[in-house]
Design a protein around this ligand. Structure first.
Ligand SMILES: [Mn+2]
Length: 444
C-alpha cells in the first residue's frame, strides 16, 4: 500500500490492533449499497479469523449507540465523533464523508477519515474501499475481498470515467494479484439484450429506455436476437449497438464522462460468476427496497440470497425506468437556480435525482428529490461535476441551511441529504435556491 500517506497507514494499523484484540464486534453501517459493501468486507474478514459479529443497518446515525461490544461504524459516523469519544467500548469509524469536526484519536477510539489526509472521499475512496483498506492492513491475504470494496465505490458513483485515486490503486493491485480480471462489456444487465435495454435505468437512455416498440425496431434493424445474452453479441453487432446507444446520449448533450460510462471494463471475481458492476447494482436494488441484509447475505456467499437479489433487481429496474420516463417526459419543477420533484418512496428519491441529473435534467441546476413523511420532509440532492468544479458544495449548504431551519443535513459536494420539518420545506427550497444562485452568480 505504498500509495497511502504514512499517517493514514498508522491510523489503519491502530484500527487493525482493535480487530486483533477482540473476538466479537458490533458493526453499524449505512444501509445503502456502499454501506453493505463495507459491512461485507468486514464480516468476511472477521469470519476468516473466526471472530464473531453482529451487523446493524441504519439510515442515519443511531440515536442510541449500541453497548456491550467493540463498535465499528462504516460509511457513517463522521459527524458524531465527539459523542463517540465518550462511549465505553472501543470504537472504529470508517467513514468517507467530509467532516468539519476534527477529533484527536484516543486509545481504542480510532477514526479513519480520508479527507484528513488530503484524499477526496467523494471520488477516490468509499465506505467499501476504506473498509477494504482496514481488511488488508489486518491481514494481507485478504485481497480477494477487493470486489466487495470496489462495488461500494461503484455504488457511490466513484467509477464515472474510471476509478481514480485510492480506488484505482486497489483495483490495479487486485488485478496484479489476480484477484480480479477485466473484460470489456456494456454496463447493462437483464434477461437478454431486449430486457436489458427496455429496463435500462443505470445507464438510462433518454428517449429509448422503457420504449418497447422502439427497442424492438432497433434490435431488428441491427439483426440482434432479443433474447440473446447482453455480453455475447458478435463484434460487428455489438459495435453497432454501442454506437447507436452513444449517439442517443450525445444528442441529449450528455457529459462525455457519462457517455463513456455505458461500456468499459467489467471487473470479475476470478472464481465467482460476478463482476463489480453487477454486484453493486444488486446491492443497490436490495438497499432501495430496504433489504440490506439480503445484500449482505449474498456477499457472504448465500446462493439463495443471490437469486432473490436478482429477482428483486428485475422489479427495481422496471420501477425505476417507469419513474424516470415520467420525469423525462413530464419534466420536474424549477426555480431560478435549482430544480426539484416530489417522490413517494423515500429510498428512491436520491437515486432518481442522481440518474435524472446524469441523463436528462437541466445541467445548470442541482436537483432535489423530496419525500414528505408524517411530520418531516426528507430531501436528497445531486449536482454535476461541472457545478462542483464551479464551487457548488451541496453537503455544506445542506448542513448550513438545516442548522438555520432546525433540521439536519450534510454529505458530499456532489450528493447530499437533508431533513427538515414538513412546514419548512418551501423555506428550505427558497433558501437553497438563494444560496446556489449566489454561488453560480459568483462564478459567472
Ligand atoms: Mn458511501
Amino acid at each position: 500500500m505504498q500509495y497511502l500517506p504514512d499517517a493514514l497507514k498508522e491510523r489503519l494499523e491502530s484500527a487493525a490492533d482493535i480487530l486483533d484484540k477482540y473476538d466479537k464486534f458490533r458493526i453499524v453501517t449505512h444501509y445503502d449499497a456502499d454501506g453493505i459493501s463495507a459491512a461485507a468486507v468486514l464480516c468476511r474478514t472477521l469470519m476468516k479469523s473466526k471472530k464473531g459479529f453482529h451487523t446493524t443497518f441504519v439510515s442515519s446515525f443511531p440515536k442510541e449507540v449500541p453497548v456491550g461490544l467493540p463498535l465499528i461504524f462504516t460509511d457513517i459516523g463522521n459527524s458524531h465523533l465527539t459523542d463517540l469519544l465518550s462511549v465505553d467500548e472501543p470504537v472504529i469509524v470508517l467513514d468517507h464523508h467530509s467532516n468539519e469536526e476534527m477529533v484527536d484519536t484516543k486509545k481504542e477510539k480510532v477514526f479513519v477519515n480520508p479527507h484528513e489526509y488530503g484524499i477526496d472521499g467523494s471520488r477516490e475512496i468509499s465506505g467499501g474501499t476504506l473498509a477494504f483498506l482496514l481488511s488488508i492492513t489486518y491481514d494481507e491475504t485478504n485481497w480477494a475481498k477487493a470486489i466487495y470494496g470496489l462495488a461500494g465505490a461503484a455504488a457511490d458513483k466513484q467509477n464515472m470515467g474510471g476509478f481514480s485515486g485510492v480506488n484505482k490503486e486497489i483495483l490495479h493491485t487486485a488485478m496484479e494479484k489476480k484477484k480480479l480480471r477485466s473484460k470489456q462489456g456494456l454496463y447493462l444487465d437483464g434477461d437478454g439484450i431486449k430486457d436489458a435495454l427496455i429496463n435500462a435505468c443505470d445507464p438510462y437512455f433518454p428517449g429509448m429506455s422503457g420504449r418497447v416498440e422502439d427497442i424492438d425496431r432497433l434490435l431488428k434493424e441491427i439483426g440482434v436476437d432479443p433474447d440473446g445474452p447482453v455480453d455475447e453479441l458478435p463484434k460487428e453487432k455489438d459495435r453497432k449497438l454501442v454506437s447507436i446507444l452513444m449517439l442517443s446520449l450525445l444528442e441529449k448533450d450528455i457529459h462525455p464522462h457519462v457517455i463513456e460510462s455505458i461500456r468499459g471494463p467489467k471487473y470479475l471475481h476470478p472464481d465467482l460468476n460476478i463482476d463489480v458492476d453487477l454486484l453493486y447494482k444488486l446491492l443497490n436494488s436490495c438497499a432501495r427496497v430496504l433489504k440490506p441484509g439480503l445484500g449482505l447475505s449474498l456477499c457472504l456467499g448465500d446462493e439463495k440470497a443471490f437469486e432473490m437479489a436478482v429477482d428483486l433487481r428485475k422489479d427495481y429496474r422496471s420501477n425505476m425506468v417507469k419513474r424516470l420516463q415520467e420525469m423525462e417526459e413530464e419534466g420536474i419543477k424549477s426555480l431560478s437556480s435549482i430544480q426539484y420533484f416530489y417522490e413517494e418512496k423515500k429510498t428512491r428519491k436520491g437515486e432518481l435525482a442522481g440518474l435524472g441529473m446524469l441523463y436528462f435534467l437541466d445541467q445548470s441546476k442541482p436537483t432535489f428529490g423530496i419525500t414528505l413523511l408524517k411530520d418531516r420532509a426528507d430531501v436528497s440532492c445531486r449536482g454535476t461535476r461541472d457545478l462542483v468544479k464551479n464551487g457548488l458544495d451541496l453537503g455544506s449548504i445542506c448542513r448550513e441551511i438545516c442548522l438555520e431551519l432546525d433540521g439536519s443535513g450534510g454529505g458530499h459536494d456532489i450528493a447530499a441529504g437533508a431533513t427538515v420539518s414538513k412546514e419548512k420545506i418551501d423555506e428550505f427550497l427558497e433558501r437553497m435556491n438563494q444560496e446556489v444562485g449566489d454561488i453560480i452568480e459568483d462564478f459567472d
